[in-house]
Design a protein around this ligand. Structure first.
Ligand SMILES: [Zn+2]
Length: 83
């Protein structure tokens, strides 16, 4: 089930949940949420930030390799093995 983010429209209106935004899992075939489930204030859907890469995320070896980098790891005395 996809995760959607909603926030009160206009932001700052509504209750403590929707005034700062909330996340909700909904079936895809369900009609878009039009109001806060708690207070009923009008809400609008936020563009999900899940799919955008986080720049602060540390680069792992596997993702570096999949990005085309050659990953070298130090073995013993000055020898490097290509992973
Ligand atoms: Zn609300």
């Amino acid at each position: 089930m996809p995760l959607y983010e909603y926030i009160a429209d206009p932001p700052g209106e509504g209750c403590r949940i929707c005034s700062e935004g909330f996340e909700l899992r909904r079936p895809v075939d369900r009609a878009p949420l039009e109001g806060c489930p708690l207070c009923g204030a009008a809400v609008s859907k936020l563009v999900s930030s899940v799919s955008s890469p986080k720049l602060t995320k540390p680069l792992s070896v596997s993702s570096a390799k999949s990005a085309g980098f050659t990953v070298l790891e130090k073995r013993d005395e000055g020898t490097y093995e290509k992973l």
